[in-house]
Design a protein around this ligand. Sequence first.
Ligand code: SF4
Length: 200
Amino acid sequence: MKDSTFNPKQQEKDISSKIVAGLERISEVFKVLLWEKAKLVGLSPIQIQILIFIAFHKRNLCNVSHLAKEFNVTKPTVSDAIRILDKKGLIIKDFSSYDSRSYSIILSDLGNDMVSKTYDFSFPLKKQIDGFSNKDLESLLGTLSQLIYKLNSNGILTVQRTCYGCKFYNKKQDIDYCNLLQKELIKKEIRLDCPEYEEK
Ligand code: SF4
């Protein structure tokens, strides 16, 4: 109990605990910002997240199974959200490339309009991050990308699309290299959500 990362006394003597507590605070930011947007447009946070995800990712990731993994919710939760988005005319179910029980999800014109009203929910956070120096930003990206990869390797985070878990990634004498792009990846080029990512 005493060594809980949420115990301020534990945080005083252990920097990792302090960082975990900080990450927990930051995770609240996404909830707050999403709810603010949700109230404005009359959708739920998960419905907004699904629309934005569909807008920026390949069709093969835009289905109920993947969305459940992506957002760590159950398939019925995603199906419910999709049903409401469908009812509001914001998405279209595309049965063409799957068997008759399954479908991928694409945005309707109305859905695209909704994305243009909601995609910027994270900008207040980005604005604060923009204020850090390039050196700090590169260091933070390096730490985040390693952390995401480790959490995924340990089975805690179900989805990741970072270079470190990609079959095209190669470490050559301390140099990060992408075999697909055929180039060295300097620190700031390590990707967290690469469209070309393929699992090792
Ligand atoms: S394909 Fe993308 S994720 Fe994979 S190594 Fe290259 S840049 Fe990184």
